[in-house]
Design a protein around this ligand. Structure first.
Ligand code: GLN
Length: 312
């Protein structure tokens, strides 16, 4: 059995770096444009707060879709499971993350789940707060508390670019509003959505988010239960079935623990009761998932026997 160490992770980075040429960096969004296609980083944190890492650990990048988990968590805390899933479904979707056609099919026209863009925009409309700023601050505070990193903040350039490039997301929001399937104020929901996509952090922060989820919402250092453990069960199930979009099935089979990706190439993973893992590799495949990051997760899962479905 492999022992977790910085050296072990360094070997993985060397071995899987060539895979970064098999993906592409998302273009058109500052902060993504400038990312180096060949970067690859990993951080793993255990329940004793030991952290192991290697590769591009000092590069910061925007959270993008990985933010969808934090907004879902706050919506669950605010309203409870029943109400949240009246607005958004909990079923996996086999289409791309920003697809619109599904909103016109099915019996209720709701987004399939909170991990695709339409679902995340709908979730943004549920979060409590008098203004968008106040709602955003709650999400940012939650991230700072989970990671213990006071420096995490929104990148104003990425936020501007999300707005400029946001017509697809606008289409989703206004369509949901017009169909009445989801009661939302499209402008506010979109503004919050663009902001949370633009939060900048590093791969260590991703590992800490993963560990927090893996630990049922308990902060280890403070020994404090921050959110209801029930909501983390829901979150992990949703991450497992939909966190990697239309590649979630592959990740369930090949990695075997809950993961959530973003198009900047970050993925965080929760190995229930054991580890939080962050990977970062901005070269992504057509489904929006980091190519090198996926390889590293598969390998760590196999080497440390972390697939939750493996009982042997
Ligand atoms: N900002 C991107 C969008 O809204 C995020 C998508 C993603 O990370 N998959 O489309």
């Amino acid at each position: 059995m492999v022992r977790l160490s910085n050296d072990y992770l360094k070997e993985l980075i060397t071995e899987y770096k060539p895979y970064t040429t098999k993906g592409e960096v998302m273009t058109g969004i500052p902060g993504l444009d400038e990312l180096n296609q060949n970067d690859l980083g990993v951080a793993v944190m255990d329940l004793n707060h030991n952290i192991y890492s290697a590769g591009a650990t000092d590069v910061s990048f925007s959270l993008q879709s990985a933010s969808k988990v934090i907004s879902l968590l706050i919506a669950l805390e605010d309203l409870g499971k029943e109400k949240v899933f009246q607005s958004v479904g909990m079923e996996p979707m086999g289409d791309f993350f920003n697809t619109i056609s599904h909103l016109e099919s099915g019996d209720v026209h709701r987004p399939f789940n909170p991990m695709v863009n339409a679902g995340a925009i709908a979730i943004c409309s549920l979060i409590k707060g008098d203004t968008v700023e106040e709602r955003f601050d709650r999400i940012l505070m939650m991230l700072k508390t989970i990671t213990g990193n006071e420096n995490i903040d929104m990148d104003p350039d990425v936020y501007e670019a999300e707005k400029v490039k946001g017509d697809r997301n606008r289409a989703l929001a206004y369509y949901m509003s017009s169909s009445g399937a989801v009661a939302l104020n499209p402008q506010d929901a979109l503004d919050l959505y663009f902001r949370i996509n633009s939060i900048r952090l590093q791969v260590h922060d991703l590992a800490k988010i993963g560990l927090f989820i893996a630990n049922g919402g308990r902060l280890i250092e403070q020994n404090k239960q921050l959110v209801s453990p029930d909501h983390l069960n829901t979150i992990q199930a949703i991450m497992m079935t939909s966190g990697m979009y239309n590649e979630s099935g592959t990740f369930a089979v090949e990695v075997g623990f809950p993961c959530k990706s973003g198009i900047s190439g970050g993925i965080f993973s929760a190995v229930p009761g054991r580890y939080g893992i962050g990977v970062f590799g901005p070269a992504i495949n057509q489904k929006g998932n980091s190519v090198g990051g996926a390889k590293i997760l598969q390998r760590i899962s196999a080497d440390l026997n972390l697939n939750i479905f493996n009982q042997t």
